[in-house]
Write a protein that binds this ligand. Structure first.
Ligand code: FES
Length: 672
């Protein structure tokens, strides 16, 4: 190039260089390594190469970009505009010729690695950069004098037109090559997975493909169907995990496998069946054919992960909780019996440890503590709490045996979070009279309209249990050691003294709902396990406070963070920095679906994270005992004290009291 050749400047990348006059904008972009998309290879079919010329004097670049510096409107653009429309000022990069100095703007939708800004501002944006790319090619027709096979001519065309080398064709896709070439009149679009394997062939031109990201929870399975190239979530759906019929919690499912030969195959078949139904439901909701699904990603706790992949989970049922594999798993979807495109590929995120699964890996990918200078505590509360602590310098992970109390199990009035479950509770500190809200209504129970809602109350769900116990603590009915004070019966007959223990009547009408001493104990055990796990990680990291707390999962999304801190589920922290993370694991699965770089990131992350085994840490026991008190026997809560007046501690923890306490059994469980 000479100084006389036109200078082309691309924004927003700022890349610039001289091109021979008459080159197309797409050619300039390729030469200058500018991210400008193309599926059709510059044939004016796909419209992915759209650009806008910026007109004016650009002193910064030392050029004048005038309309005549781009070639005249072409027939190709006219045809494309007639068929698919082209916005004002838009040109097709593959058709517009560079005639003089120009500034070319590449809009986000024309970039291969376009950024999708996530809804929550605090989470980093992601680059949509799926492992699948589509390529449109024109293939030479067969010739009597050249016996080359159709597949080889397709590969040669991909080499010539797209410079793709070393490709292989998926065995089930091979049989589609010949019919596709003929139906497409020797033009086809191929999907190339990971730059290596052709996983789909369609006749003619095509520019869409879809993927599904799934979070396999032990109770529910949630999926999102996404456009692989725009990143748009086209459908979301959930189904119950049918493995529940083999056991409500994860340990009982492992027991089923241990007691029944072939039980693992039954559980595997059940979850795969449900997934197959979910794929159908998502495709129907998005209005697409399930055969257009080319990629699937999965997260789940270690037991769900193993059962989905057809791996025996028995080793996860006891120490040392050995995983069959902790690496990411890549395989064809057909090997898992999932009906979508025959060449579709599955990616299962890596597990971290025997108790800390691919769901936590997904949550880490989503919440990105490894990108932050601040120390983040990320907790996914299920029947096991999976806990991650750290920042960009160091990351630690552990699980803690919280048991099912937070989900309403082991609680006299407990129930799952469903319509009719009490989820919010307020207790008047003077009169001790309660009011509550139930799932299915926005009204409080003391609202005159509440009865008209006619919702059958079924019990108290996890968030309701946290609130009623926290409110009773703040009202002085429950002491900081967790005992319900029988003397409070003098303040309101809702407190029923029964010998040395007492209960609180949350609801007197049928169904009568009580908070018993055993309920409080069950919550104390669960919250002490959660706090002790977090504190253990803080010890290892050498910090005595965290900058930010994220509560992931269904329970984490519904509990009131202030009440969670009043009970001491989590360490003290500025309450403004304590928030719900939603289904962070599922978001992680979506990220891995839409971005090959996210897969590399999560695989690097799990190698980097230090695994702490709470079961063998003596300090866990100490932390556990101290954390039995409300909110804690020794730790101060200065941040919490700024917004809530905490009752005085009942008594200091003593060595004898510590000995009397017992830590719960380590129990392999996962979220939900
Ligand atoms: Fe496909 Fe321009 S590259 S229309």
């Amino acid at each position: 190039m000479t100084a006389e050749d036109p200078l082309v400047v691309f924004t927003p990348s700022g890349r610039r260089g001289r091109m021979a006059a008459g080159s197309t904008v797409l050619e300039a972009a390729r030469t200058l390594a500018v991210d400008l998309d193309s599926v059709c290879g510059g044939r004016g079919i796909c419209g992915r190469c759209q650009v806008t010329q910026s007109i004016g004097e650009f002193a910064k670049h030392g050029i004048s970009s005038t309309p005549d510096h781009l070639g005249a409107w072409t027939e190709t653009e006219e045809t494309y505009r007639g068929k698919r429309g082209l916005g004002d000022g838009r040109r097709l990069g593959c058709a517009a010729a560079v005639l003089g100095d120009v500034v070319i703007d590449v809009p986000a939708e024309s970039q291969v690695h376009r950024q999708v800004v996530r809804k929550r501002a605090e989470v980093h944006a992601i680059d949509v950069d799926p492992v699948v790319r589509l390529y449109y090619v024109e293939v030479a027709e067969p010739d009597m004098h050249d016996p080359t096979g159709d597949a080889q001519r397709l590969l040669a065309a991909l080499h010539d037109q797209w410079e793709l080398t070393g490709l292989t064709i998926d065995s089930t896709v091979l049989r589609e090559v010949q019919p596709a070439l003929r139906r497409g009149q020797w033009t086809v679009t191929v999907a190339v997975h990971d730059g290596a394997t052709i996983t789909a062939v369609w006749p003619g031109f095509r520019d869409t493909a879809f993927g599904i990201a799934v979070d396999i929870g032990s109770t529910t399975i949630a999926g999102h169907l996404c456009d692989l190239f725009t990143g748009e979530v086209r459908a979301s759906a959930g189904v119950m995990n049918p493995q529940i019929r083999f056991g409500e919690d994860l340990m009982s499912r492992v027991s089923y496998v241990m007691m029944n030969p072939g039980g693992d195959a039954e559980l595997t078949a059940a979850v795969r069946d449900a997934l197959d139904g979910l794929i159908g439901e998502l495709a129907a909701e998005a209005g697409i054919d399930r055969r257009d699904v080319l990629e699937l990603t999965f997260v789940g706790n270690p037991i769900m992960h193993h059962l989905f992949l057809g791996l025996d989970p028995t080793e996860l049922g006891g120490a040392p909780f050995a995983l069959a594999t902790d690496a990411a798993v890549r395989l064809p979807a057909r090997e898992l019996g999932l009906a979508c495109h025959p060449g579709a590929r599955v990616y299962v995120l890596p597990c971290i440890a025997g108790h800390v699964g691919a769901d936590t890996a997904g949550a880490m990918l989503s919440e990105a503590p490894h990108r932050s200078a601040e120390t983040q505590l990320l907790v996914d509360v299920g029947t096991n709490a999976e806990i991650v602590l750290g920042n960009r310098d160091r990351l630690l992970a552990a699980s803690s045996p919280t048991g099912p109390a937070f989900e309403g199990a082991q609680i006299s009035s407990g129930t799952r979070a469903a319509v009719g479950a009490i989820e919010r509770v307020r207790i008047d500190a003077d009169t001790l009279e309660p009011r509550y809200q139930v799932i299915g209504s926005d009204l409080w129970s003391d609202d005159p309209e509440f009865a008209a809602e006619k919702i059958d109350i079924i019990g108290v769900c996890g968030s309701g249990i946290i609130e009623v116990i926290a409110e009773l603590f703040l009202a002085g009915v429950i002491r900081s050691d967790g005992t319900i004070d029988p003397a409070a019966a003098d303040r309101n007959p809702r407190v029923i003294a029964d010998g040395r223990t007492a209960s609180y009547v949350l609801r007197d009408a049928a169904p009568r709902l009580l908070v018993t001493q055993n309920d409080v104990r069950a919550i104390q055990l669960a919250k002490a396990a959660l706090y002790a796990g977090a504190k253990l990680l803080m010890d290892h990291l050498g910090v005595d406070r965290v900058d930010q707390i994220r509560l992931a999962g269904a329970f984490g999304s519904h509990i009131d963070t202030t009440y969670a801190m009043v009970l001491g589920l989590i360490p003290d922290c500025d309450l403004e920095r304590v928030s719900a993370a939603g289904n962070a694991a599922g978001v992680g699965a979506v990220l891995a679906l839409l971005s090959g770089a996210s897969r590399a990131e999560v695989e690097g992350l799990v190698r980097k994270v230090e695994k702490i085994e709470t079961a063998v840490e003596p300090r866990f026991q100490e932390h556990f005992v101290d954390a039995m008190a409300l909110p804690h026997a020794t730790a101060d809560y200065p941040e919490l004290a700024r917004v809530v007046t905490l009752p005085a501690r009942t008594e200091p923890a003593t060595p004898e009291r510590r000995r009397r306490r017992r830590r719960p059994d380590h129990n392999q469980e996962g979220p939900e």
